[in-house]
Ligand binder design. Structure first.
Ligand code: HEC
Length: 141
């Protein structure tokens, strides 16, 4: 019982903390720090978005990457306190971000938001590239 109360309090504090430091005004603003942006934007996905690659990414998204918990089945994202998960069906956002930037977020998380580090922690770099190819399919193109 005490454990439950303690967990609830930790979650509450985490959300208050996250809100207090949430500083990204627009979802279109880069998440990569200014000094690295140009370099990161040029990094390309080394794997072509073949059907197999997209399918591998789908498995990560719904499986061990745990992406679906926050980003939902349709990629629009669930409602969570603080920063909303990105709406992957947003065509403008899809166009603005390069694959290199998405990989940066998978490696570093999005500081000040609930987006956690994924690559190097729960998935490998190769799995990261496949899940990026899968995320691109939400744009409807
Ligand atoms: C605990 C919830 C949570 C999980 C799990 C999660 N995300 Fe996120 N994700 C977020 C939130 C919140 C944002 C919005 C961050 C922001 O606005 O900077 C986000 C943003 C993103 C972005 C957009 C970053 C940008 O540059 O705009 C990508 C790409 C992404 N997540 C991919 C993933 C992938 C792939 C996984 C699984 C491997 C995953 N996320 C798991 C919560 C989560």
């Amino acid at each position: 019982m005490n454990k439950i109360i303690l967990s609830a309090m930790i979650i509450l504090v985490a959300f208050v903390w996250q809100n207090a430091f949430a500083s990204h005004a627009s979802i279109y603003e880069p998440r990569v720090p200014e000094e690295n942006l140009e370099e990161v934007q040029e990094i390309e996905n080394p794997y072509p978005a073949t059907e197999e690659q997209i399918e591998a990414g789908r498995k990560i998204f719904f499986g061990k990457g745990l992406c679906v918990t926050c980003h939902s089945k349709d990629g629009r994202g669930v409602k969570i306190p603080g920063h909303s998960p990105r709406d992957f069906t947003d065509a403008k956002w899809q166009e603005i971000r390069t694959d290199g930037e998405l990989m940066w977020v998978l490696r570093n998380g999005s500081p000040g938001t609930g987006m956690p580090v994924r690559v190097g922690k729960v998935i490998t770099e190769n799995e990261g590239w496949s899940v990026i190819s899968f995320i691109r399919t939400f744009s409807g193109k």
